[in-house]
Each structure stands twice: as structure tokens, then as C-alpha cells.
Write a protein that binds this ligand. Structure first.
Ligand SMILES: [Zn+2]
Length: 534
């Protein structure tokens, strides 16, 4: 016999559950309708699996949170920092999520595997055979449960122990580490995982620090060719944050587009986190990731989004998700128009680290690329370009065709044989401090923008830190990263009819008027994105 109090409890529970379901349905339904365009994912780290997915109740809570957040794809991690999640817990969580209508993949974070590096204490020494064996076992274990496995962005090494030193011989550290990690991937990850599970697809997720990849053994050409899929770290966080700061928002866009070109159809999503962010800078990461044509965005990670600034960030993101789907629709499969901005793979940045990010913040619409093509209508060249042995030839060809070129002072210093007084060439004074570009004012930026944008029949006038994106033939996006409202104008060489199609955040205010050849944004509120079609 059931006691009536138990029955009441059960009924109340069901009512609560039904209410929860009702409340969570709209974003979940929308996310399912749009997942072919843009998927929203999250990660349960190995420790999250232990702490949050160990009980039926914990899994139910996680499912509810995902549905409310539009998350339709979950990554369940097997290993991170010496901890291996238990098979039984992983398998139960996987089947519960699948039964709930989710796509489920695995994940591995290769921190603290085997022998620890002489450098960062989260990183391992991969010259060491014991580390190699442990790495292999982790991937065999994971491939026995999952058909897709993401590798978080710790698959590199900074070790300089005696073993590494001896194995390196007379090669540079960059060359040795690239060889080592390409070999690790083939022999200790891809081969063994595929032997256990012939259907497994493995994703290499590249970190955000693209100018240092090769120095620590990330080799985007060969690794992208070897792996089934690639993903991208887009966690720019808050430029001003003391602990996590120093990255401008455009970096997420630059790296996602740059790797998107390298990876082609292998390119999956971008991945960002809540550390050192406010609600405003958190959602800027999402916008830049989606603007850069990511097919998916991953919200790292479940436990971090439940504490500190996580809940407020997620609350704000939820309000932007319908707009982010529209943004994905505006950029998908559209060619970019703009200034070629090449970083050849494995190129050194010297004292122009991440200069592309800062140049993008100046309101110059960049076309991130790995290759220098003199077919481009306009180009920006930094010291990275020296990696291309044909740089001088290509540069001369562009200048001979009277195409505008913006070149850093660092590159100009390193080139002989090029006429630096050419009237189509502008030297950008970086002075070895890319961040100093943020100090350029509107008046100083105008001649640079006018020259570089002339081949596209556009003039753009705005303060610094207002980015411009030219998408396809008929879409233009402006994003104000300032904490103050700005006024902006765009002038076309021929008459246009334009209308505003998207504003983010949802309470952003963008006042647009259009008269013949001119678009006038009399106001764009702080940290606001506006898309215009014409
Ligand atoms: Zn070592």
C-alpha cells in the first residue's frame, strides 16, 4: 500500500518535473531545429563525470541544464590530470544522454600523463616511453566507449629534460617537438584508438595561442591532415582581466577563420570558457566564434558554468542564442570580402605576437589565411610572412598592380629589395608592441582604412575597437567592443538600400539611417553587434 503522503510527494515531483520540462522546452526545441546550422555543446570533464554524473539525480539535473541552455551535444571526458573516470559511470551517463535525445562524444585532456615536463607542471614529457604507453592506454580506453573523441588543447610539450635534450640532438626545440607530437598522434593515439574502434573519429582541438603552436609541437599542417576533425580554442575572455586578460576579441575570429581555412570540411567548432569574463565579454566570445563560421560552439565546462560568474554568463548567453542562430545563417558558406591577412603555418611572430588580432580591432575587415596569394585585392603583411620564400616576388606583383598593402614596420625592416616609398604601401608602426595599435585614434585610422578598403568600394569611419566584417556580396557586420556608445558611418561607391537584420545583445540599440551611398549609425550601444544586409 502506498502511503498518501508518499503519493502526494510523487505527484508533486511529477508536477515539478513537468513544469521544468515546459520551461526548458523553447530553447531546446529551437536548438534542435537549428543544429544543422550551429550546434551548442558542453563538456563534462573527468572530474565532472565523477562529481556530477555519478547518480541518476545528478544526470537528470545536467540534462535539464543542457536543455535550458540549448545544448544538444555533450562531450563526456574519460581522463584529465591523472584522474580516469570509471567505465560504469561513463557508460551510464552516455546512455542516459542518448536516451534524452543528445548527441554524445568522448573527450580526453592530456594533462599530467606519465612523466611531468620540466616546464609547466600540467604538461608531460613525451620523449619518455612510460608517458607514451600511458597516452596509448587512455585512448584505447576511450575509444572502447566512444565513436568520437575530442582532445583538449594540452597535446603539446615544453619539456627540456635530459631525455628530451638527448633525443632532440641538433634540431631546434620547435622542430623536435613538432616531429615528436606528430609521431605521438600517429603511433600512440590514432593508430591504437582505431585498432580498438574502427569507427572512431578523433578531433584535435588547437589552443588559442596560434603564434606559439610550432614552438610547443602543435603542427597544424600535418596534424590537421592526420586527424579526422579539428576544433579551435576561442576563449578570449576579458582583455582587462588581471589573471586571464590580454587577448582582444578579434583573436577568436582570426584563429577560427584561419584554422577553418586550413581544416576545410574537417573544421568543427570553437570552444570558450567563463574564466575572467563578465556577461558581456562572455557572449562576445560566442559571437566571434559564430561570426567565424564555426559549426558548433562548446561551453567549457559544466561545473565552471554552475559557479562564480558562470550562471550569469549562461543566463545572458541564453538570451542571445536565437540571434546566434541567425548570425550563423548570415555567414554560412559565404565568402569573406576584405584584406588578406596571412599567417603561414609554423611561422615565427618575433615581436609581433598576435598582431592580426589587434589589426582586426582597427576596423579593417581581414581575410585570415595560411597562404599568401597575390590575387588578393588588398593585403596586410607582418613578420610572419617571411616564412614564405616567395614573399618579395608576391609583394612586388601586388604593388605593380597598384593594390594597397599594409605592412608592419617589423617586416619592412627585414625586407631588402622592396621600394618602401611605393604609394600603395602603408607602413604600420607596431614598434614591437601590437597592443599599442589600440591607441590609434579615429583620425589616424581614417587614411589607413580608406586606402585598404578602396578596392572594395567602401569607406568606413569609426573609433578604434569597432570591428568590420564583410560577408559575401550583401552583408556587413559591425561590432562595437567599446564600453561607450559609438557613431559609425559606411560609404559605398554606389547607391545602396540597406536594412538592419540583427542586433546583439537583444536590448542593444543601433540607430541606422541609409541615404543613397551612405549608411549612418548614429548610435551603436556599447558591446553591441549589428548586421546589415544591402
Ligand atoms: Zn622530457
Amino acid at each position: 500500500m502506498i502511503k498518501s503522503s508518499h503519493l502526494k510527494c510523487a505527484v508533486a515531483g511529477l508536477v515539478l518535473l513537468a513544469t521544468l520540462r515546459c520551461q526548458s522546452q523553447p530553447l531546446w526545441d529551437l536548438a534542435n531545429e537549428n543544429k544543422g546550422l550551429l550546434k551548442i555543446a558542453t563538456l563534462f570533464t573527468a572530474q565532472n563525470v565523477r562529481d556530477h554524473l555519478g547518480t541518476g539525480e545528478g544526470i537528470s539535473k545536467a540534462i535539464d541544464w543542457c536543455k535550458k541552455t540549448g545544448v544538444t551535444h555533450v562531450f563526456i571526458e574519460t581522463f584529465r590530470s591523472r584522474y580516469t573516470a570509471e567505465r560504469e559511470t561513463l557508460e551510464r551517463a552516455k546512455s542516459r544522454f542518448e536516451a534524452g535525445g543528445f548527441e554524445v562524444s568522448g573527450c580526453v585532456t592530456t594533462t599530467q600523463v606519465g612523466k611531468i615536463s620540466t616546464g609547466w607542471n600540467l604538461i608531460s614529457c613525451y620523449t619518455n616511453k612510460g608517458t607514451q604507453k600511458s597516452l596509448q592506454e587512455i585512448f584505447e580506453y576511450t575509444a572502447s566507449m566512444f565513436d568520437e573523441i575530442m582532445i583538449d588543447d594540452f597535446l603539446f610539450t615544453d619539456c627540456q629534460c635530459d631525455e628530451c635534450e638527448k633525443a632532440r640532438g641538433d634540431r631546434t626545440w620547435a622542430d623536435y617537438r613538432c616531429e615528436l607530437m606528430v609521431g605521438m598522434s600517429r603511433e600512440r593515439i590514432l593508430g591504437p584508438a582505431r585498432a580498438v574502434n574502427p569507427d572512431v573519429k578523433i578531433i584535435i582541438k588547437y589552443p588559442q595561442w596560434y603564434d606559439n603552436f610550432h614552438n610547443r609541437g602543435y603542427e597544424v599542417s600535418r596534424e590537421t591532415a592526420d586527424y579526422d576533425r579539428i576544433w579551435v580554442g576561442t576563449e578570449t575572455r576579458d582583455y582587462a582581466d588581471k589573471r586571464w586578460g590580454g587577448k582582444v576579441q578579434y583573436e577568436a575570429y582570426y584563429i577560427m577563420r584561419w584554422l577553418g581555412e586550413i581544416g576545410g570540411p574537417k573544421t568543427g567548432g570553437g570552444w570558450f570558457d567563463p574564466y575572467g569574463t563578465t556577461e558581456n565579454t562572455y557572449v562576445e566570445q560566442a559571437r566571434q566564434t559564430v561570426l567565424a563560421d564555426a559549426k558548433e560552439m562548446l561551453l567549457f565546462c559544466y561545473s565552471s558554468l554552475l559557479r562564480d560568474n558562470g550562471p550569469a554568463n549562461v543566463e545572458k548567453l541564453r538570451t542571445e542564442i536565437p540571434g546566434l542562430f541567425r548570425l550563423a545563417g548570415l555567414v554560412r558558406n559565404k565568402p569573406l570580402k576584405g584584406i588578406l591577412a596571412p599567417k603561414p603555418p609554423n611561422s615565427d611572430a618575433y615581436d609581433e605576437q598576435y598582431v592580426f588580432d589587434f589589426v582586426g580591432m582597427l576596423g579593417l575587415p581581414l581575410v585570415p589565411t595560411a597562404e599568401i596569394s597575390s590575387d588578393a585585392k588588398a593585403a596586410f603583411f607582418s613578420v610572419h610572412a617571411i616564412k614564405d620564400p616567395n614573399l618579395t616576388k608576391k609583394l612586388k606583383k601586388m604593388l605593380a598592380a597598384q593594390k594597397p598593402v599594409l605592412m608592419t614596420d617589423g617586416l619592412a625592416r627585414r625586407l631588402d629589395n622592396v621600394n618602401l616609398d611605393d604609394e600603395d604601401l602603408i607602413i604600420l608602426k607596431v614598434n614591437g608592441k601590437p597592443r599599442s595599435l589600440l591607441e590609434l585614434n579615429r583620425k589616424q585610422l581614417k587614411p589607413i582604412r580608406d586606402k585598404l578598403l578602396a578596392p572594395f568600394g567602401i569607406r568606413f569611419d569609426a573609433p578604434n575597437e569597432v570591428a568590420l566584417y564583410l560577408i559575401g556580396e550583401d552583408c556587413l557586420i559591425v561590432e562595437n567592443f567599446n564600453d561607450e556608445p559609438v557613431d559609425v558611418s559606411v560609404e559605398f561607391s554606389k547607391p545602396v538600400k540597406a536594412h538592419k537584420t540583427l542586433v546583439l545583445p537583444i536590448d542593444g540599440d543601433v540607430r541606422l539611417s541609409c541615404s543613397r551611398r551612405r549608411l549612418n549609425f548614429s548610435t551603436i550601444t556599447p558591446r553591441t553587434l549589428a548586421a546589415v544586409e544591402y
